[in-house]
Design a protein around this ligand. Structure first.
Ligand code: ADP
Length: 630
C-alpha cells in the first residue's frame, strides 16, 4: 500500500537526450496507473526512475511520503515486472519465485508459504517444479508476476509485461492483471505503448509524448475530453477523423465548415470556446468514426455531410467505412451496423453527432473546448468613470479608471480563476458540471455567460451572486493592452554563487564537519543562503562551471515590498485595486529588471523600498537545461 509522488522529475541521459521533462503527478494508494505513448516518449525511463534503476536528474520522488531519490531499488519496497520476464532458465518456477526472498534471508517456511500463496493467486501451483522453458509465454509471465507478488511490495511496476504474448493471450492476461490488482489492493504502475491496453486497465492514464506529459485522466475523460490533438488521435480506434475547419455564427447557430461542407450546431455546444475563434480563422475539427452515423430516416439537414465510400471493412458486429468527403480527398472513416449495405463510389449522406465534436487550435493543437474555460471576453463601454458589467453598473478600481477614457469601448478578458461566489454581480445557474472534485458553474447574466469553479454543487435555475478579482483582469483597447493582470509570479534572471561550506557528514556513526563546494542564490548581487542538502542535488544537475548558467528565479507578486531591508528597488508605478490593495511595478536598481510586488501600507512615506527574499520564497530553474532546481 503506497502513494507515489513525482515532483518536477527530469531525466537527461549522459548523451544529452532529454528523456523526461517536468513530470508531475500524485498517485494515490491502490490506483492502477498506466503510462502510455509512442515508442521513445519516456515511459520506461519514468518507470525505471521510480524503481531506482535509473538515476533521477532533477526533481523529487516520494513513495509513501518518503523521499526516495537516493534509495537503492531494494530499499524502495517496489517490485518490477519486465517484458522479457527475466526468469532464471536453470531454476524451477518455485526457485525463481523464491530467489529474492532467499537473498533477503526470509525464513524457509515463510518463503514456502508466500510462494504457494502467490502461485495459487496466479493459478500456477501445478507448475512449481517445472523449468521456465517447459512453460508457455503466458505462464512465464505469470511466474514473473509471482516473483513480484511474493515480495509483498508497496508498488508494482510493470514494463510492457504483455508485449511478448500473442493477441489473444494478451487480452486474457489483461483481465488477469486487472483482477490481480483488485485482489492485491496495491498501487500498480504499468507501461505500455498500446492504447487499448491502457484504456482497459488504467484507473488513470498518463499520455506522454517526447518526454512531456500531455494529459493525466481517467480512460473515459481521455476519450471524451482530449486536451489536445495528439491525445485525441492517440486514444481510440480507428483514429479520430481530422478536418480543416472554420467556425462562424450564422442564423443563431454555429456554422462549422469541414473542408468544403458545412454543418450547423447549437451555440450551447461551443459556449466554452473563446469567441476569437468565431472569426473564420482555420481550426482543426475532430470527429470520431463512431460519432458519424448513417440513418436513411434522418433528415436533419443541419448535421449532414456527404461522403463517398471507398473501402468497406466488415468487422463482424459492425462495418467500418473508409470514405472521402464528397468532392474532396479528405478521408473520413465511420462505422455502420452490420445490417447496413454500403455501396462504394456512390455519394452517401451521413450525419454527425453535434455533441461529440472536437476542436483544436491549428498551431498549439490544444483543445478549444477545455473542460474548464480559461477565460471569457466581454466588450465594455466606459462612461463617466462607470461601466456596465454583467448587467450591473459599477465603478472600477482606480487603476482601471486611470487607464480608460470616457466614451470608449474596451475588451475585458476575465479569467475563470478570477470569478468567485460573493455579492457584487447577480446571475442564474444555467448548468452545474462536475469536473474532477470540483463543480463548474455556468452562470448566466442576461446575455452573458461566465464560469466559476466552486467546491460545492449548486442547483440549476438557482440565483447566485459573484465577485471578480480585478487583479486578474486584462483590458484591451483594440490590440493594445491598457491594464494588464497582476501575474502570480515574478521571473528574474540571476546566477549561482560558488562558496566553500562546512557541511555535516556521517562518518562511522559520528557527524563530522567537511568542507564542500556549495553555492548561494545570486539575485542582483545579493546572496541568499541555500540549505546544504541542496548542494549535491543541484550541482549534480549542473555539473561543472555552474556559475556560467543563468538561473531563472521566481517569486510571488503577493510578497509585500519591505521598507527596511533587501535588494534595492525603485517604484515606477503604483496601482490601486481597492482601498487596501495596492500593487507596484518596480525596477531592480542593480539590473533594471521589472517586477511587481504588493505595496506596504503608507508606502508613500517610505524613503526607499526593498525586495526581501528568503530561500523559501523562491523557485529556481536552470535556463540552460530547462530544469527546475527547486
Ligand atoms: P519509451 O519507454 O516510451 O519507449 P524510453 O523511456 O525507453 O521510451 O526512452 C525515452 C528516450 O530516452 C528515447 O529517446 C530513448 O532513445 C532515450 N534513452 C533511453 N535509454 C537511454 C540511455 N540509456 N541512454 C541514452 N538515451 C536513452
Amino acid at each position: 500500500m503506497a502513494s507515489v509522488k513525482l515532483n518536477h522529475i527530469y531525466k537527461v541521459y549522459e548523451n544529452g537526450t532529454n528523456a523526461v521533462s517536468d513530470f508531475n503527478m500524485e498517485i494515490e494508494d491502490k490506483e492502477f496507473i498506466v503510462f502510455v505513448g509512442p515508442s521513445g516518449c519516456g515511459k520506461s525511463t519514468t518507470l525505471r526512475m521510480i524503481a531506482g534503476l535509473e538515476e533521477i536528474t532533477a526533481g523529487d520522488l516520494f513513495i509513501d511520503g518518503k523521499l526516495v531519490n537516493e534509495l537503492e531499488p531494494k530499499d524502495r519496497d517496489v517490485a518490477m515486472v519486465f517484458q522479457n520476464y527475466a526468469l532464471y532458465p536453470h531454476m524451477t518456477v518455485f526457485n525463481n519465485m523464491a530467489f529474492g526472498l532467499h537473498i533477503a534471508k526470509v525464513p524457509k517456511d515463510e518463503i514456502e508459504r508466500r510462494v504457494h500463496e502467490a502461485a495459487k493467486i496466479l493459478d500456477i501451483e501445478e507448475y512449481l517444479e517445472k523449468k521456465p522453458r517447459e512453460m508457455s509465454g503466458g505462464q512465464r509471465q505469470r511466474v514473473a508476476l509471482g516473483r513480484a507478488i511474493v515480495r509483498n511490495p508497496k508498488v508494482f511496476l510493470l514494463d510492457e509485461p504483455l508485449s511478448n504474448l500473442d493477441a489473444k493471450l494478451r487480452a486474457t492476461m489483461r483481465t488477469e492483471i486487472s483482477k490481480l490488482h483488485n485482489k492485491l489492493q496495491t498501487t500498480f504502475i504499468y507501461v505500455t505503448h498500446d492504447q487499448v491496453e491502457a484504456m482497459t486497465m488504467g484507473t488513470r492514464i498518463v499520455v506522454m509524448k517526447k518526454g512531456y506529459v500531455q494529459q493525466i485522466d481517467s480512460p473515459k475523460n481521455l476519450y471524451m475530453y482530449p486536451a489536445n490533438k495528439f491525445v485525441a488521435g492517440f486514444i481510440g480506434t480507428p483514429q479520430m477523423n481530422f478536418f480543416k475547419g472554420k467556425i462562424t455564427i450564422e442564423k443563431g447557430k454555429a456554422k462549422i465548415s469541414l473542408e468544403n461542407q458545412n454543418i450547423y450546431i447549437s451555440l450551447d455546444i461551443v459556449e466554452k470556446m473563446d469567441k476569437k475563434y468565431f472569426d473564420e480563422r482555420e481550426i482543426v475539427v475532430g470527429i470520431r468514426a463512431e460519432d458519424i452515423h448513417y440513418d436513411s430516416n434522418n433528415d436533419n439537414n443541419d448535421l449532414i455531410i456527404n461522403v463517398v465510400p471507398q473501402v468497406v471493412e466488415e468487422l463482424g458486429a459492425e462495418t467500418l467505412i473508409n470514405s472521402n468527403l464528397a468532392n474532396s480527398n479528405c478521408q473520413v472513416t465511420f462505422k455502420v451496423k452490420n445490417t447496413v449495405d454500403v455501396e462504394t463510389n456512390k455519394t452517401l449522406k451521413v450525419y454527425v453527432d453535434p455533441t461529440k465534436l472536437h476542436f483544436f487550435d491549428v498551431e498549439t493543437e490544444t483543445t478549444l473546448l477545455p473542460r474548464v474555460p480559461e477565460k471569457r471576453h466581454f466588450l465594455i463601454k466606459y462612461n463617466k468613470a462607470k461601466c456596465k458589467l454583467f448587467n450591473k453598473t459599477i465603478e472600477l478600481p482606480l487603476v482601471f479608471k486611470e487607464a480608460m477614457e470616457d466614451g470608449k469601448e474596451y475588451l475585458f478578458t476575465i479569467p475563470t480563476v478570477s470569478v468567485k461566489l460573493g455579492n457584487t454581480f447577480k446571475g442564474v445557474i444555467k448548468r452545474c458540471e462536475k469536473i474532477n472534485k470540483k463543480y463548474l458553474l455556468h452562470i448566466a447574466c442576461k446575455d452573458d455567460l461566465v464560469f466559476c469553479l466552486n467546491e460545492e454543487a449548486l442547483e440549476e435555475g438557482q440565483e447566485v451572486s459573484f465577485d471578480i478579482d480585478f487583479t486578474k483582469v486584462i483590458v484591451n483597447e483594440d490590440e493594445k493592452v491598457v491594464v494588464n493582470e497582476i501575474p502570480d509570479y515574478n521571473h528574474i534572471i540571476g546566477r549561482l554563487h560558488r562558496i566553500k561550506a562546512l557541511v555535516p557528514v556521517e562518518r562511522k556513526g559520528k557527524t563530522i564537519q567537511k568542507k564542500k563546494t556549495g553555492f548561494q542564490f545570486d539575485i542582483a548581487g545579493t546572496y541568499i543562503d541555500v540549505p546544504y542538502e541542496m548542494y549535491d542535488k543541484t550541482l549534480a544537475v549542473l555539473v561543472k562551471k555552474f556559475e556560467l548558467h543563468k538561473i531563472e528565479y521566481s517569486f510571488k507578486t503577493s510578497l509585500v515590498a519591505s521598507k527596511e531591508e533587501g535588494i534595492e528597488i525603485e517604484l515606477k508605478k503604483a496601482m490601486e485595486y481597492g482601498k487596501e490593495l495596492h500593487y507596484g511595478v518596480f525596477t531592480i536598481k542593480q539590473n533594471q529588471e521589472e517586477i511587481v510586488l504588493r505595496l506596504p501600507e503608507d508606502y508613500e512615506n517610505a524613503d526607499k523600498l526593498y525586495l526581501k527574499l528568503n530561500y523559501e520564497d523562491l523557485k529556481a530553474r536552470d535556463t540552460h537545461f530547462d530544469i527546475r532546481l527547486k
